[in-house]
Structure formats: C-alpha cells, structure tokens
Design a binder for this molecule. Structure first.
Ligand code: CIZ
Length: 328
C-alpha cells in the first residue's frame, strides 16, 4: 500500500491518509474478501450509515446479522450492541471498530451492583433494557427494548418488577402498566437526559405545526409534550402516520435525523434541542469513523469475546423477550 499509516499513542487507533472515496473502496473490497457484514446503528455518522449492509436499532441489527451467512460482523455502534450481536451469533467473529465506543448508561450497572439491588427486592422480576452489558443481561430474568418494554412488563406473571438501567424508560413503562409495581434503577442516557421541554418548546416556535417524536429515554417533561413516543425503529413507522405533516421535531440522538431524511425526503426533520442536534450528540456513538471501519476489517480488530456462561445467560434473557408478543 502506498499511503501512510500511523498509530495515535493516546487511543491506539490507526490513522491513514487515504481519502474517503479510497477508504470506502477498500472497505468494500475487504468486506467481500472477508465475508463480513457491516452493521450501523441509527446514531452513527452518515457516511457509516450509508455504507452499511444494515442500519437500524441494536437488537434488529443483531437479528439481521445472525440470519446472514457472513463469517464476520463489524458492528458500528457501541460496545453492548456488538455484544448483543455476539450473543445471537456466537459462531461468528464480531468486531467493534473503536474501543472507545462505550456507553455510560450500560456501564451504570454491573453484575455486582445488580445483585446488591436484587437482594433488597427478593420477590421482584428483573427486566433489563438491551442497553446493558452482556454480564448484566445474563443476571436478569428477561430483557426488553424501548419498542417492547411495555409489552414485556405486561406479559410477566409477576406484579413486582425491577427495571434497569434506564430510569426514564422505566418511569414511562410504569405509567403505562400502573397495575404493577415497577421499581426503577437510577441510570440514564446523558444524551437524552439533558434535553428539557423548554428547549423543545423553543424549537417549536419556528415549527408550530411540527409533530414531536420523542425517544422514551427522554425525561418526563419531554415525553409529555410529544405526539409520539417510540424507539428509533418506531420513529420510522411513526412518520408514516403523518403523510400530511410538513415537519417533525425529533427528540433523540441526532444520527437518527439522517435515517429519517433519507427515508422521507419530502418532509423536514429538526433536532429537538434547537441547535442542529449539537446537544443531542452522543460522543461514543460518533467516535467511529470510516478509518476505524477500514482498519477493523483489515486487521480484524477489536474482536468481542464473551464467556460461554455469559452468552448462555444473556441469550436466555434475550430469547425470553423475543418470545413475547407485541401488544401495541
Ligand atoms: O437499542 C437501541 O438500538 C437503542 C439504544 C435505541 C433504539 O430505540 O433503537
């Protein structure tokens, strides 16, 4: 290769001077040569969303990748998402292109702190949002996504629930299932939790007719003024319900705007923070760039490995969730 490669001492990440078009050409060559599938979460930077084989939410992507005959999965997202892909495809090699792509919500609870919490509520059933580490999933009774959390909680025989780790999603579920006691862990996604209704209202002054769509990881004041509350995949379906609407205010990580604009080019999508999405910006989701994808394929890094015991436990909690019929 004629270009130069260097390693950044602070992060251990490789850097190349190849221009973007050449990087994309190399990525396309390598993914064929290595029989790899590239997954991009809805919150990734647009060039990565555009080159991915699949774009979507973390569970949907992991399910799609498991169905392919690819030997390798490159997951452009954050660490727990690549773990989910490994749990559902234990026979494939799964790579996370940038080791800095962590998740502060997932890291807010550990298997040890979950065990301590469970000890205070011995009769409760543990429902864990997929936004969690594989080890925490393995210690849980069942998982949920932001799309099926209400259905999952309703489906359980138990009326006493411990919901972890997102307090905003847990509160939203508790409101919709008032017949159950839902005790909520004190974790939150900083990107969603920072948004306030006041910012959304200010954004609305420029778009008074806009439909407001919020992710349930947002705080209560934001969810209360939203017309639709749904997961990222749910947002794509929600827009279809408003064919006459000219504009939408989107309360989630700003990467979602790219997906929405691609799918609905005749409608306008604006970030709910009124600052072109600069506050609704997850630094971990945005840390991965084209170079990282290229080097991930080239040098097969960084491979996700999990103990068999963790895979079995986490898969049990995920499969139990996947068996729950949707009721909304
Ligand atoms: O699990 C996911 O993909 C997340 C974090 C959000 C969503 O609603 O899709």
């Amino acid at each position: 290769m004629t270009h130069s490669e260097t390693i950044a001492p602070a992060t251990g990440q490789y850097h190349s001077d190849l221009p973007a078009e050449e990087l994309i050409a190399q990525i396309n060559h390598l993914r064929r040569e290595k029989n790899a599938v590239i997954l991009a979460h809805n919150y990734q930077i647009p060039p990565i969303q555009d080159l991915a084989d699949f774009t979507g939410d973390s569970l949907g992507l992991s399910v799609e990748a498991a169905k392919t005959d690819a030997e390798r999965i490159v997951f452009c997202g954050v660490h727990f998402m690549a773990e989910s892909a490994k749990i559902l495809s234990p026979g494939k090699q799964v790579f996370l292109p940038h080791l800095g792509a962590g998740c502060s919500l997932a890291d807010s609870i550990t298997p040890e702190s979950l065990d301590d919490w469970k000890a205070d509520y011995p009769d409760h059933t543990v429902v864990t949002y997929v936004n969690s580490t594989a080890e925490v999933k393995a210690e849980s009774d069942i998982c949920c996504t932001s799309a099926n959390a209400v259905s999952v909680v309703r489906s359980l025989d138990s009326d006493k629930i411990l919901f972890t780790p997102d307090r905003n999603l847990g509160r939203w579920v508790a409101e919709q299932v008032p017949e159950k006691e839902v005790v909520v862990y004190d974790g939150a996604c900083p990107t969603h939790d920072v948004l306030r209704a006041a910012s959304v209202e200010r954004t609305r002054t420029d778009y008074p007719e806009a439909v407001i769509i919020a992710h349930p990881e947002c705080r209560e004041d934001v969810v209360e003024i939203a017309h639709e509350v749904c997961s990222t995949t749910g947002m794509l379906k929600a827009v279809e319900k408003y064919p006459e609407a000219k504009s939408f205010i989107i309360a989630t990580e700003n990467g979602m705007l790219h997906q929405l604009r691609q799918r609905f080019p005749h409608q306008e999508f604006v970030a709910a923070d009124g600052c072109i999405g600069c506050r609704l910006h997850c630094p971990y989701m945005k840390i991965t760039d084209l170079q990282d994808v290229y080097f991930s394929l080239l040098y097969e890094r960084y491979e996700i490995t999990l103990d068999d015991e963790v895979i079995v436990g986490a898969r049990r909690a995920l499969e139990r969730m996947m068996a729950v019929p949707r009721d909304n």
